[in-house]
Design a protein around this ligand. Sequence first.
Ligand SMILES: [Zn+2]
Length: 338
Amino acid sequence: MRSFFLNLMMSSLYIQMPKAELHLHIEGSLEAELLLKLAQRNNISLPYKKVDDIHRALNFRCLQDFLDLYYYGTNVLIEQDDFFELTYAYFKRCSEQGIVHAEIMFDPQSHTNRGISFDKVIMGISNACQQAKLDFGISSALILSFLRHLTEEDAFRTLKQAEKYRDKITAIGLDSSELDNPPIKFKQVYQEAKNQGYRLTAHAGEEGPVDYIWQAIEILGVERIDHGNACIEDHALRQTLINYQIPLTLCPTSNVALKVISDIKHHPVLDLLHQGLLVTINSDDPAYFGGYLDENYALVQNNLGATEQDLSLLARNSIVASMLNEAEKQKHLTFFKL
Ligand SMILES: [Zn+2]
């Protein structure tokens, strides 16, 4: 068993390592304190009066419990300043954890479908990204994510709304309820996004079957898979992921909170890492799942016995798997060559 002091040394070690967060839903970083503050500011009544009430509601029994709370959270975001404040608060956390680059997903349809303009959403988030670059030196990229339980037509409308802000958005993603909403449902809109020069990623193989990962790669043409846990069931798929070094953005605390795995001790991250897959760890919806990036590193270290070399490789992978250009990647990777 590792000593307390060795664990302490290792935890400060991974905080010091330059890391990128590649799978983060900005709406999922809304902490209870800010949620209550925005509800009051925007005159929205909630079934929760105090921070403790919200923390108690975080004991999810199922995905629906999470979604109920998540949508209460989304509904308090009304003004451009709200989106700014939410995003800036996330970057402040990043600055305390050695995160040098963040690729942030946002769900415009969660807001436009309740009458909030696309403009307020994107301007609030992207202004916070610029401010974070100035204040903390953290670079970022935005991933516009389609809600997959809605139609492809709705996704097309959202892509159209984004045209005016093309320079602020790097990539397209696909999230929300995975089961019964296969990647192929979004084939045409992904083709159009590709034509417009967007980079492509999609959630696949979290709750959904392994076939959804194949579809995301072969039909949507994504360069990265969000989650992808189901690849453990398919040797040929793992070989493809290794051969083409297609990254997986795994999310350990999220998988435990949503019961995608029965116990953290069964998490496949280290097995996949040791097989040669380009795996990374990320926080997904940290305010709801009990952990930002450092808590995810700690979880893997303390429960799976990750070594210093494993943690270093995970951090290095996060830079390699990012959408930064080659020169920017090399700048961060020099840390790992020392
Ligand atoms: Zn996610």
